[in-house]
Ligand binder design. Structure first.
Ligand code: NI
Length: 175
């Protein structure tokens, strides 16, 4: 069974801590498997396309991501101890976050990234991202470093127009 956990909102100290590296030996622990299952359950229920462990009060370096766009290159993935091996270009787009409910704003991010890390079995994975997927990877890795998009945002505002509400509901609800 997987369970929906409570998503912390801005102001909670766990969201501002630098999360700790995961010891790969712990990936074999059934409790860790449960944590990952719960992260997916929580992310899909929200709904969101990414969720970092600190958002459910687990200060460890892992996140889940699934753009749910029918492209298998866009998840579902679990990424443990992620690192960028490439960051390229620059692009601005509207973003939201499950930990800052109801708000949106523009954030400039790398246009393309490559992230390496471990999957839930401890195998190496490498994810290439462009567009929204690249944005999501950067947003989640920021969470692992205690950074929220509101730290980088331009024109933070309550989501009001239909397009903004859609952004909160769907794609831009990065986590
Ligand atoms: Ni977020």
């Amino acid at each position: 069974m997987a369970y929906v956990r409570t998503i912390l909102t801005d102001g909670h100290p766990t969201l501002r801590r630098v999360a700790k590296k995961v010891d790969p030996a712990h990936l074999r622990d059934p409790l860790f498997g449960q944590l990952i299952d719960d992260m997916f359950e929580t992310m899909y229920a929200a709904p969101g396309i990414g969720l970092a462990a600190p958002q459910i009060d687990v200060p460890k370096r892992l996140f889940t991501v699934d753009l749910q766009d029918g492209d298998e290159g866009h998840g579902p993935f679990t990424v443990v101890n992620p690192k960028f091996t490439l960051t390229e270009g620059e692009i601005e787009a509207t973003e939201g976050c499950l930990s800052v409910p109801g708000y949106v704003g523009e954030v400039t991010r790398y246009e393309r990234v490559v992230v390496v890390g471990l999957d839930r079995e401890g195998k190496k994975i490498r994810l290439e991202g462009e567009g929204l997927f690249a944005r999501c990877l950067q947003h989640e890795i920021d969470h692992l470093n205690g950074v929220l998009y509101v730290d980088k945002v331009k024109n933070l505002r309550k989501a009001e127009t239909q397009a903004e509400l859609d952004a909160v509901e769907e794609a831009a609800s990065l986590s």
